[in-house]
Design a protein around this ligand. Structure first.
Ligand code: FMN
Length: 325
């Protein structure tokens, strides 16, 4: 399938795996790219820029296809050494960078000068327009359904995607709640040039995470995610568990006075414990409502092939049949 996104990134299918903390390691990125999509290494999961350089090299050993690196700008007082991470990305010969968190203006000139395509992930039309105006090549538009940080506007994709299509000139990916061929066809129908998936790619054979996480995803339904940190204006969609319930009780009790320090126990240092050790109640970890649509653990190739087959069938049989019938 050819779309503006497959052309821009030099990939076979318009399916991207978004950056995921402690999930987006070289194994998953390479598997997605080898299957014809665009895999992504999560930059900040690597503790230093030289660790990231090694991870990029490891990924290149596993695939000849293009892959991306995610660079997330965190709301923190002690930011990571972003210039060093950018240097590792450029020197590693990475072709695509997915930026997220805030406007990537500070790193954009370096990436563009190196011929790297930049796709910025955002949760509103105004942020997408800003990304377009500063020179991003594409955007990934994350609706309210998404796992991770949906922003504070709460606009679901049925509204957000057509709004993005009405306003944007650069191509965009639909992100949040995407799982199968139906998601891809719907994304294309609403004006996107493909789709980005996070949670769905966690339940794949190659995702380098503990089996307990994959099982929790299979067991969960669309009713099992919660929004945390809304009072801190850092809203995150996570899978419910006892730690999340404790955190939400604190939010209710402390109200507007809540500070980040009050919930440190539930959110700090959680990812290695969950993703590597499989301690599912260690704290809050991102997960999308799309868990309700995930019932198996295929390889990335099986998943992407199935999505493309289903999308083709929906378009050629069901939809063409409807207009010709
Ligand atoms: C476990 C997990 C960790 C994530 N970590 C990051 C991250 O570090 N940086 C980022 O930009 N997005 C992150 N995301 C968001 C995804 O890249 C993607 O935008 C989102 O999962 C799409 O929604 P979906 O889960 O419904 O497919 C994360 C998502 C999940 C599920």
């Amino acid at each position: 399938m050819k779309t503006k996104i497959t052309e821009l990134f030099g990939i076979e299918y318009p399916i991207m795996q978004g950056g995921m903390h402690y999930v987006g390691l070289a194994e998953l990125a390479a598997a997605v790219s080898n299957a014809g999509g665009l895999g992504t290494i999560t930059g900040l999961t690597q503790k230093t820029a030289s660790d990231l350089a090694n991870e990029i090299a490891r990924c290149k050993d596993m695939t000849d296809k293009p892959f991306a690196v995610n660079l997330t700008f965190l709301p923190t007082l002690n930011p990571p050494d972003y210039p060093a991470y950018v240097k590792a990305i450029i020197e590693g010969g990475v072709k695509v960078v997915e930026t997220a968190g805030r406007n990537p203006q500070s790193v954009l000139p370096y990436l563009k000068d190196a011929g790297i395509k930049v796709i910025h992930k955002c949760t509103s039309v105004r942020h997408a327009l800003k990304a377009q105006s500063i020179g991003c090549d594409a955007v990934s538009v994350d609706g309210f359904e998404c796992g991770g940080h949906p922003g504070e506007d709460d606009i679901p994709n049925m509204i957000l995607l057509p709004r993005a299509a009405d306003e944007l000139e650069i191509p965009f990916l639909a992100s949040g709640g995407m799982a199968d061929g139906r998601s891809l066809v719907a994304s294309l129908a609403m004006g996107a040039e493909g789709m980005n998936m996070g949670t769905r790619f966690m339940a794949t054979k190659e995702a380098p995470i503990h089996e307990n996480v994959k099982q929790a995803i299979l067991d969960a339904t669309e009713l099992d995610t919660r929004l945390i940190m809304r009072p801190l204006r850092n809203t995150e969609r996570v899978l419910n568990n006892p730690a999340v319930e404790r955190l939400l009780e604190k939010e209710e009790t402390l109200g507007k006075d809540i500070k980040f320090e009050d919930i440190l126990e539930e959110v700090a240092g959680v990812y290695p414990k969950v993703m590597q050790q499989g301690t599912m109640d260690a704290g809050a970890w991102s997960c999308g409502m799309v868990v309700g649509l995930i019932h198996d653990i295929p390889t990335c190739k099986e998943l992407i092939d199935r999505i493309m087959k289903e999308a083709n069938e929906i378009i050629q049989k069901r939809l063409v049949g409807l207009v010709n019938g």
